[in-house]
Design a protein around this ligand. Structure first.
Ligand code: C5P
Length: 399
């Protein structure tokens, strides 16, 4: 998991969105992080330190001086952590940071810390648009701090516009990126995911059990490691990963067109989609009626996307996936050769905790030059990390 063993400081300043920091703290803790919360005085008007103590198991720090405060906490706290996330960050907090003011525990910690800082603003939309606030945002970004854009919507004050705290999911992903090595920075990676739908008639189609989870995890982790990711997805209920361009397709032939269009500009293709091998030879214009006890459907083979694309490859790294129910390694090796791939990720799909629709996967990564890397049962994000490690090793140096 992205946060396992990480030490995160959440700075909470005084806006109505302060209550959402509780959910952020909970999600980080359940993701394996140790979380310390530091609250400004105004933040405590909206939510109590006890809330955070209950969620994180650590006392929330609230003041530089007085009962409960530790000497030199303002230096130590910001240095002990792996990253700092300010959520919500008020206009006031950003103003103080931009001006270098340290007049309470949180702002002093920020001055004394050299760790990565993620700023998640939340405020009234007119405040956000105020030139002084915008100038401060530019200043903070110029200093290398990451400032997320607030989201649009109805604000607590009733106004509608940009000012909402970014979704917790967005904050978590931005933080995961801040904590990840950027070894794929700027690399253009094409990922396919999900099943395909091959229509029989206007209401029925042939498909398979793929959920898209492994492909979406690859796209998410590649983005986290700095890549520019295009995700070509068959029908899936999963949300598009933060910062990833998603192109939606239904059929294998639509997927082929999309992959062909994007492959030339890509540096790697990870073909995790479970592409249907056949489509009904003719699609009935109207819903087929229940008729004779037996029905014969004629099928025509779909293009082998990987094979077609691999034949066009110049310097790209091309990765296939082999879902197998028997003779895993031999079948995968044959596909590696037949399809002209650089790597193949073989996975057993006849056990309940690996393969389609579940969150874990047990795979073996096979490559040319005798690469054989059997992996234990891992989360699909962890599998994505391992696959991308191999891709990173094969990519030619950036141009
Ligand atoms: O031959 P098989 O379908 O098992 O190969 C699996 C690999 O080939 C996967 O990476 C899948 O995305 C890709 N594939 C393809 N076009 C097809 C079928 C599979 O690119 N028509």
């Amino acid at each position: 998991m992205a946060f396992t063993g990480k030490r995160i400081l959440i700075g909470v300043s005084g806006g109505i969105a302060a209550y959402k920091a509780a959910e952020l703290a909970r999600r980080l803790v359940s993701g394996g992080a140790r979380v310390k919360v530091v609250m400004t005085r105004a933040a405590q008007e909206f939510v109590t330190p006890l809330t955070f103590q209950a969620l994180t198991g650590e006392k929330a720090a609230t003041a530089m001086f007085g009962p409960g405060s530790e000497p030199l906490e303002h230096i130590a706290l910001g240095q002990e952590v792996d990253a700092i996330v300010l959520a919500p960050a008020t206009a006031n907090l950003m103003g103080k940071m931009a001006a270098g003011i340290g007049d309470d525990l949180l702002t002093t910690i920020l001055l004394a810390s050299t760790k990565p800082i993620l700023i998640c603003p939340a405020m009234n939309c007119e405040m956000w648009a105020n030139p002084a606030v915008q100038d401060n945002v530019v200043k903070l970004r110029d200093r290398g701090l990451e400032v997320l854009h607030p989201e649009a919507g109805e604000l607590a004050c009733g106004a509608i516009g940009y000012g909402r705290l970014p979704e917790v999911e967005t904050i978590l992903e931005a933080l995961a990126q801040l904590l990840s090595p950027q070894d794929l920075a700027g690399r253009r990676i094409l990922v396919t995911a999900g099943p395909t739908h091959e229509d029989l008639d206007p209401v029925r189609f042939l498909t398979n059990r793929s959920s898209g989870k492994q492909g979406y995890a690859l796209a998410k982790v590649a983005r986290r490691r700095g890549a520019e990711v295009c995700l070509i997805s068959g029908p899936s209920h999963l949300p598009a990963p933060h910062g990833v361009e998603r192109l939606e397709v239904r059929t294998a032939r639509e997927m082929l067109d999309a992959v062909l269009a994007r492959f030339p500009e890509s540096e790697a293709l990870l073909m995790a989609a479970a592409v249907g091998d056949y489509h009904p030879t003719s699609r009935s214009e109207h819903k087929m009626k229940r008729g004779s006890p037996e029905l014969t459907v004629h099928l025509t083979q779909n293009p082998d996307i990987l094979k077609e694309v691999a034949a066009l490859k110049k310097k790209q790294v091309v990765v296939g996936f082999a879902a197998e129910t028997r003779d895993l390694e031999a079948a995968a090796r044959k596909k590696l050769e037949d399809k002209g791939l650089d790597l193949i990720v073989a996975n057993q799909v006849n056990r309940p905790d690996s393969g389609f629709a579940v969150d874990t996967n047990e795979v073996t990564i096979i490559g040319r030059k005798n690469l054989l890397l059997p992996l234990p049962l891992l989360s699909k994000e962890e599998v994505a990390e391992k696959v991308l490690d191999q891709v990173a090793a094969l990519l030619p140096p950036p141009r």
